[in-house]
Design a protein around this ligand. Structure first.
Ligand code: ATP
Ligand code: MG
Length: 426
């Protein structure tokens, strides 16, 4: 008999399922087992003495194979299929579980986040945690789908680099044979080199930042979803960002109705609001902030802008040249504004981007203005000498957008194996 998934079980059929023991309830002359696989949980009723004896020491999370008849039922238990149960004819214990370090079935005890992360493989067995990562899988797939359908090319930038992208000190050093190298803090320079030749490119991948954060929105290894487009400016590339975020939410609504329900999330496709940086600080100042041209947005300011524009992706563009990196196009030097922008969603920055510099002389000037040495970026600057169109792009952090869509407080909840200042295992 082939294995059936729990979600496929049909009334009055003989079935064989495989899964984990989620809960055991002892009655006087029988046992109710809740068995879980990746598709759901089903109640299994054991009445035969011989089987009861065999499972007298059965432990939670043991892996089992259960055979029996699928019967109609009316069950009201969280996460459990309500319409059917299995009348058990046989059970094989395929691999017994030892005492559990954290509870998967959290009816009685809830573990702390650090403890849960220590045992992440057990933690993801919880229906609510599974729901998070099923949704995250839809998010990244929807992003790929969108750009693939728009005729973009998926590129694979390097993870080990020789110079820092932005000249900061926030890089992890790597010993690279007899040289010093770094883990990439962004695919920025490489995706630009592709956009000036392949026009429409995107990538997904890990990047690393050695910043000593200790916040609920920062980790040190991030998955970024990057886009870069040739013959494109800041306004056009923001529109791509708006469209892909809407598409991602649409796909989550279509594919993860069940998970959204479990998590109690009332998700709606967002609208988009566009403010120049100047308009944004004026709006904030009207609401009690005291910001001036050149200030970065503190988390409270980001939250406020989202609060004032509920369920919207809030764009702020034409940021001051001085707060944006050297590769951002100086749109208007007189006014001091650049082609750089940020996008906020759900109270958080989910993305930064901008129109880039495609003129070598401007690049050299901006590197110098930021106190960086153009010699360190020779390979990058030179690439723009051989016919480089204007181009623009952005980067969304996968964990950030997951955080925004799921409305979770701590980014570690939406990161399978977070890397932060304290955590390197598992
Ligand atoms: P922040 O100001 O929020 O620290 P940033 O401006 O330094 O972020 P960018 O360089 O703009 O980050 O990176 C692009 C995107 O990557 C961010 O908008 C965010 O979604 C994500 N991201 C960057 N750094 C982190 C981090 N340390 N942890 C989680 N996500 C990050
Ligand atoms: Mg940013």
């Amino acid at each position: 008999m082939d294995r059936s998934y729990i979600s496929d079980l049909k009334e009055e059929k003989q079935a064989m399922i495989k899964g984990w023991v989620y809960e055991i309830r002892d009655m006087a002359k029988m046992k109710f087992l809740l068995i879980r696989d990746i598709t759901g949980i089903v109640q299994c009723v054991v009445k035969e003495k011989e089987i009861l004896d065999k499972i007298s020491n059965l432990s939670l999370e043991s892996v089992v194979e259960v055979r029996g008849k699928v019967k109609p039922a009316k069950i009201k238990a969280e996460f459990v299929r309500g319409d059917v149960e299995i009348e058990v004819k046989s059970i094989e214990i395929l691999n017994p579980a030892e005492d559990l370090p954290i509870h998967v079935n959290e009816k009685t005890v809830k573990s702390t986040l650090p403890k849960r992360l220590d045992f992440r493989s057990l933690d993801v067995r919880k229906p609510l945690v599974q729901a998070i990562f099923k949704i995250q899988s839809t998010i990244i797939n929807a992003y790929r789908e969108y750009f693939f359908n728009e005729g973009f090319i998926e590129i694979q930038p390097p993870g080990i680099i020789a110079t820092s992208t932005e000249g900061g000190t926030d890089l992890f050093e790597v010993k690279y044979f007899d040289k010093k190298a770094y883990l990439a803090q962004s695919p920025q320079l490489y995706k630009q080199l592709m956009a000036i030749s392949l026009e429409k490119v995107f990538s997904t991948g890990a990047i690393w930042r050695a910043e000593k954060h200790d916040t609920s929105r920062h980790i040190n290894e991030i998955r970024q979803m990057d886009v870069e487009v040739g013959f494109c400016d800041d306004l056009k590339v923001m529109k791509y960002l708006e469209e892909v975020v809407k598409y991602i939410v649409k796909r989550v609504l279509e594919k993860n109705k069940h998970e959204l329900n479990l998590l109690g999330i009332d998700l709606k496709i967002p609208s988009a609001k566009y403010f120049t940086y100047k308009e944004a600080i004026e709006l904030l100042n009207k609401h009690g902030f005291d910001m001036k041209f050149g200030d970065d947005f503190e988390p409270e300011a980001e939250r406020k802008l989202c609060e004032l524009n509920p369920n919207a992706i809030v764009f702020t563009y034409e940021w001051p040249i001085e707060v944006k990196p050297f590769y951002i196009w100086p749109k208007d030097r007189e006014k001091g504004i650049s082609g750089g922008f940020d996008a906020l969603y759900g109270g958080l920055e989910i993305s930064s981007g901008g129109q880039r510099v495609h003129v070598p002389e401007v690049l050299i000037q901006q590197l110098k203005d930021k106190g960086l040495n153009p010699d360190d970026f020779k390979w990058y600057i030179d690439a723009f000498r051989y016919g480089a169109p204007e181009h623009a792009g952005w980067s969304i952090g996968l964990e950030r957008i997951s955080q925004a869509i799921l409305g979770v407080d701590n980014i570690r909840e939406v990161t399978l194996f977070p890397r932060d200042r304290k955590r390197l295992t598992p």
